[in-house]
Write a protein that binds this ligand. Sequence first.
Ligand SMILES: [Zn+2]
Length: 227
Amino acid sequence: MSNIVSINKKITRFSVVKPETEQKQEEPKTPEIEHMHENVSRPEMLVGGTYKIKTPLSDHALYITINDIILNPNTDHEVRRPFEIFINSKNMDHFQWVVALTRVISAVFRKGGDVTFLAEELKAVFDPKGGYFKSGGRFMPSLVAEIGDAIESHMKTIGLLQSEELSDAQKQILAEKRKEYEQSKGSTSEDGEFPESAQLCMKCYTKAMILMDGCMTCLSCGNSKCG
Ligand SMILES: [Zn+2]
């Protein structure tokens, strides 16, 4: 093939041809990392968890199912992200709101980005009629907060949220405080239950705050306030 080309027209545009070696050099291929976004299609099968919620507000339990999608499976970038939420109950009192809420939450899950705020937002909803105590002395300000709590536990299970477990040393300190407190009161409480006279901790919403040596200490989360 000849390299000479005769040009009969006016040259209006041109570009410099790069040497072949330069042209063909490509960046080493990195596998594409899939992030959560609204166009991620739903696989046929999702893994998830169902949480049973029993409240004093209704005779019927509430079942919250959260299904997850696994992105980039079998790679270093494998992540498990919540994809959809369903709530079922025999109690149909709040049906339309519950359905609306689950649809909005599912949509937020699928948008991607940081979705952990959902748990925080829902947990902060207070029922004007007043909340209730769960077994173990934890206060639930509303049914919506309970749904937020289930989402939070789920996010902790799949590693999206760090669980705020106390260290063994912290647990030991609290156990000693509790023993000391009970001895001073001449009472004992069942394992897993907090002293009868404990007050509500505003950090973890557990009736586990005791007054000792001029300080309020939460036997559940360790929150402490003196003076
Ligand atoms: Zn606390």
